[in-house]
Design a protein around this ligand. Structure first.
Ligand code: SF4
Ligand code: SF4
Length: 626
């Protein structure tokens, strides 16, 4: 392993500058458009072809028009999404009270109940994004392609200009000081805890609002989280003891903090305030429309949603950072293979095939997403969707999903380890390995982190099983409650806290603060399931040739799952860990060829516990002792 200069070429500086400009435009463009609203646009979502509902729809539309005139909605131009949302909200709630007054004055129409006639509050949350999207006008709306090239185009070009010169350097891992630079080294435990606490409290706080002021589930969750943390702390007896930190004291990792805050902000907007990112959505809409119209043969339709934007960004980032991944680890064939593999599965199975299915009027479905990662697979609307899809595709999807859970996962993990999914197929793993690679060294290697990891990830798996059990119970019996707990409440709670809060905001937003596999290591219930099979029933392990180890620690530093690989190498003990995703980077960065990823058939139980020691003596030379 040789030391190398971190000096950058002029091309790389140009790349960095282009990327910075693209990011600035990407951020600033959210404030460039104006928003105006017409009566037709505001009332259109309430039109219905159901004759029995047309009277009520007309009442709602009339109330919205009167309210809009009172609030000045149809005359004003709003320069930000915040101002537009405020005006829409005021109009909606004015209309709601007009409807309430009318119900009071005239009584309910015959045969109708209160909830069928009033303007429900969820309508506002549902319509808000569509209204703001429809009302947008200005530079982004009028020139989406220009902004697409100025952001996606320039950003990707800048990234590639920065990455491609790396192919000229000698292959292999070098000491580039990433672990010691104040820009890129990790945060110490105190700062990490502060960021994590702020994020969790923020998500729980938002949960109060999101759950329509029903505090029960967020409060229960907070309580469970506190109990888990207290238990782990107690078991570890670690109050007042510092963990073995990955970095020296003090606030450091400035780039990480900046990137982390940006990512967290992005996820918050994406999940819960997508009406503020309509300019980003408008920019990629021509691509979404192009795909839709090409495959459906229609001449219009296919407007992008925030999820299309997310999928498209996800793929673009993975491709650019995948090139970086290949340049960095090109001395190792396994790294090239698995990078191409995750890119293929993401681009084809998670992005293009679902988009084509939608264009062909079939349901959106990601064939490689497996329960419990795909936590709503057994929700009643999902099962009904499978059963009611015309043709055999729906039934196939249902059977395929169940087959993967029961047979596919255990068999594949038995023969190949969990790497077949976590490192070759999964989109979350793919993003972690490409975009997240610059932060892989930040994973906490302490024993305390290992304890937290086991409690939390198996806790999430248990929550997913309980939630799904209740869902299936409700589906088969038609009862919406079990032991006084509403099935829909627990589903909503799980989707909010785990599906969005943990997997998105914390899972990806914390890459630059806690390493690139925060979700896979601490939160993914599928990883927990795969890990249990890997730990007890798999042929996969990392074998070590301990006598060659020089204790440099490269393997532990680069292990994204926080496994202290060096300690295994020093003892001559094979690595068989539930959390190991088989990324193989420990082996790729080992200067002595100590580590090998293997799927051996024999003596697995012995090898996990036995310690093979090298014994050197004058009489016998070098011997391997059991
Ligand atoms: S032990 Fe090696 S293969 Fe397993 S997750 Fe860590 S770096 Fe990857
Ligand atoms: S196994 Fe390899 S990378 Fe790990 S400490 Fe030993 S020599 Fe270094």
């Amino acid at each position: 392993m040789s030391s190398t200069s971190t000096k950058k070429s002029p091309l790389q500086y140009i790349g960095l500058a282009l990327f910075a400009v693209a990011m600035l435009i990407f951020t600033a463009m959210l404030g460039l458009d104006d928003y105006t609203f017409t009566q037709d646009a505001i009332t259109a979502p309430f039109e219905t072809s159901d004759e029995s509902k047309q009277g009520i729809a007309a009442m709602h539309q009339g109330a919205l028009i009167v309210a809009g005139e009172q609030t000045g909605l149809f005359e004003n131009t709003y320069s930000t999404t915040f101002a537009a949302e405020k005006a829409l909200k005021q109009t909606f709630y004015t209309a709601k009270s007009l409807v309430d007054q009318q119900i009071k004055a005239d009584g309910l129409p015959e045969g109708k109940q209160q909830w069928e006639v009033e303007l429900p509050e969820w309508q506002f949350k549902n319509q808000r994004m569509g209204w703001i999207q429809g009302g947008a006008g200005g530079p982004v709306r009028n020139n989406p392609w220009l902004f697409f090239w100025l952001t996606f185009g320039l950003g990707a070009l800048g990234g590639l200009l920065y990455i491609i010169p790396k192919f000229r350097a000698k292959p292999g891992i070098k000491n580039d000081h990433i672990f010691h630079s104040p820009l890129t080294k990790g945060l110490d435990l105190g700062w990490r805890s502060l960021f994590l606490t702020m994020a969790i409290l923020g998500i729980l706080g938002y949960g109060f609002y999101y759950m329509d002021d029903k505090f029960f589930w967020p409060a229960v969750t907070a309580l469970i989280a506190i109990v888990i943390i207290a238990l782990v702390m107690f078991a570890q007896n670690s109050w007042g003891r510092d963990a073995r930190d990955a970095s020296p004291e003090g606030l450091s990792g400035y780039l990480g903090i900046f990137a982390g805050v940006y990512f967290i902000g992005f996820y918050l907007l994406l999940y819960w305030a997508s009406h503020h990112i309509v300019a980003w959505v408008a920019m990629v809409s021509p691509i979404s429309e192009g795909i839709y119209q090409f495959f459906s043969g229609k001449e219009e339709g296919g407007q992008a949603s925030q999820w299309f934007l997310y999928g498209f960004m996800y793929c673009t980032i993975m491709v650019v950072m995948g090139v970086r991944m290949i340049s960095k680890y090109r001395h190792n064939k396994y790294q090239i293979f698995r990078t191409i593999s995750v890119l293929f599965f993401q681009l084809a199975f998670a992005f293009m095939i679902p988009e084509i299915l939608v264009a062909l009027n079939k349901p959106w479905y990601d064939f490689k997403n497996i329960w419990p990662l795909d936590y709503d697979f057994f929700f009643s609307w999902s099962i009904d969707g499978f059963l009611n899809t015309p043709g055999s595709l729906g039934l196939f999807m249902l059977g395929w999903g169940i087959m993967l859970i029961i047979i596919g996962v255990p068999l594949m993990v038995h023969f190949l380890g969990k790497r077949w999914y976590c490192s070759w197929v999964c989109g979350c793993g793919g993003l972690a390995e490409t975009m997240g690679d610059p932060w892989r060294q930040l994973s906490d290697k302490s024993l305390r982190a290992w304890k937290f990891e086991r409690w939390i990830i198996h806790g999430v798996l248990a929550a997913a099983i309980i939630m799904t059990g209740m869902t299936l119970y409700s589906y088969s019996t038609g009862t919406q409650e079990l032991f006084g707990i509403q099935t829909s409440g627990i589903q909503k709670w799980y989707g909010f806290l785990i599906g969005a809060g943990f997997a998105g905001v914390v899972g990806t937003g914390f890459y630059p603060l806690m390493g690139n596999r925060v979700w896979c290591r601490f939160g993914c219930p599928l990883a927990a399931y795969l890990g249990l099979v890997q730990r007890f029933q798999s042929r996969f392990r990392i074998t070590v040739n301990g006598g060659q180890c020089i204790s440099c620690g490269n393997c532990s530093t680069y292990c994204e799952m926080g496994i202290d690989v060096r300690s295994y190498a020093q003892k001559g003990q094979d690595v068989v860990r539930a959390s190991c995703v088989g990324c193989g980077v420990c082996a790729a960065v080992c200067p002595r060829g100590v580590l090998r990823l293997e799927n051996g058939a024999e003596d697995i139980s012995q090898r996990t516990v036995s310690e093979r020691v090298i014994h050197i003596s004058e009489e016998n030379g070098i011997q391997l002792m059991e």
